[in-house]
Design a protein around this ligand. Structure first.
Ligand code: SF4
Length: 211
C-alpha cells in the first residue's frame, strides 16, 4: 500500500515535471489565443492538418514581405542606425520556448523585434502577444532589455510599435502555464467563441460542435 502511494506520488511528480518542461513554440501562444483547441490538436491529439488556401497564401505573402522589407529603411521605424538580422532563431531553455523571429533590429538604442503580418486590419491581440514572446526570447538570448517591438502590417506598409509591458509578460507566462496544464491533463478546451475563425480552420473536421 505504501509502495502504491509512493508510485502515485512519483507519477504526480513526473507529471509536474512534464508540465514545467514541455517545450513550446512562439506560434503556440499565438494559436492558443486564436483558439485553444488548435494547440490541443497539435500536442494532445496529433491529427493530419488539411493545408488550406489561407495557409498557402500566407507563406507566399511572407516571402513578399521579406522582399519588401529588404528595401525598407531604418528611419521608417524611427531609428537612424543599426543592423537588420532576418529570420533569427531564438531559444530559451529556462522558459522552454523557441521561435524564429522575422526580423531583429540591432541598434545603439536597443534591440527591437519585428514581426511581419499580412492584414489590412489593425494588429490582433494574439499578434501582440506573439511579439511579446519574441521580445522575451531576445532578452534571454542577447541579455538586452526589450521595451518595444514592431508589427509591420502589409498591404498598407504600416508599422505599428508595440510596448512590451509588464502585464503582457505576466499574461504570457500564465498562458504558457495554461497550455502545459491543458496538455498534461489532456483536457479538450472550449471552442473559440468566434464562429468566423472556424470557417477556414484546418482542424474544422475534428470539431463536432462547430456549425
Ligand atoms: S474549427 Fe473552430 S473550434 Fe475547432 S479548432 Fe478550428 S477554430 Fe477552434
Amino acid at each position: 500500500m505504501e509502495q502504491d502511494k509512493g508510485a502515485q506520488m512519483s507519477s504526480k511528480g513526473d507529471r509536474k515535471e512534464e508540465v514545467r518542461v514541455l517545450p513550446l513554440r512562439v506560434s503556440d501562444l499565438k494559436q492558443f489565443m486564436y483558439c485553444p483547441r488548435v494547440v490541443y490538436y497539435q500536442y494532445v491529439l496529433p491529427v493530419e492538418r488539411k493545408v488550406t488556401h489561407k495557409m498557402e497564401h500566407g507563406q507566399l505573402e511572407h516571402l513578399e514581405l521579406d522582399r519588401l522589407e529588404k528595401r525598407r529603411k531604418l528611419v521608417e521605424y524611427g531609428l537612424d542606425e543599426g543592423e537588420r538580422r532576418f529570420h533569427v532563431h531564438l531559444h530559451s531553455d529556462r522558459l522552454g520556448l523557441t521561435g524564429i523571429l522575422d526580423l531583429l533590429l540591432v541598434t545603439p538604442r536597443g534591440y527591437f523585434p519585428v514581426e511581419f503580418k499580412y492584414s489590412t486590419r489593425d494588429p490582433a491581440l494574439n499578434h501582440k502577444y506573439q511579439l511579446t514572446a519574441y521580445a522575451v526570447l531576445v532578452e534571454e538570448q542577447f541579455g538586452r532589455p526589450v521595451r518595444t517591438g514592431f508589427l509591420y502590417m502589409s498591404p498598407g506598409k504600416r508599422i505599428q510599435p508595440v510596448d512590451i509591458t509588464e502585464n503582457m509578460r505576466i499574461h504570457l507566462r500564465r498562458m504558457m502555464g495554461a497550455i502545459r496544464r491543458m496538455v498534461a491533463e489532456e483536457r479538450v478546451p472550449a471552442r473559440t467563441r468566434s464562429g468566423a475563425r472556424c470557417r477556414d480552420c484546418e482542424y474544422r473536421r475534428f470539431c463536432g460542435d462547430v456549425l
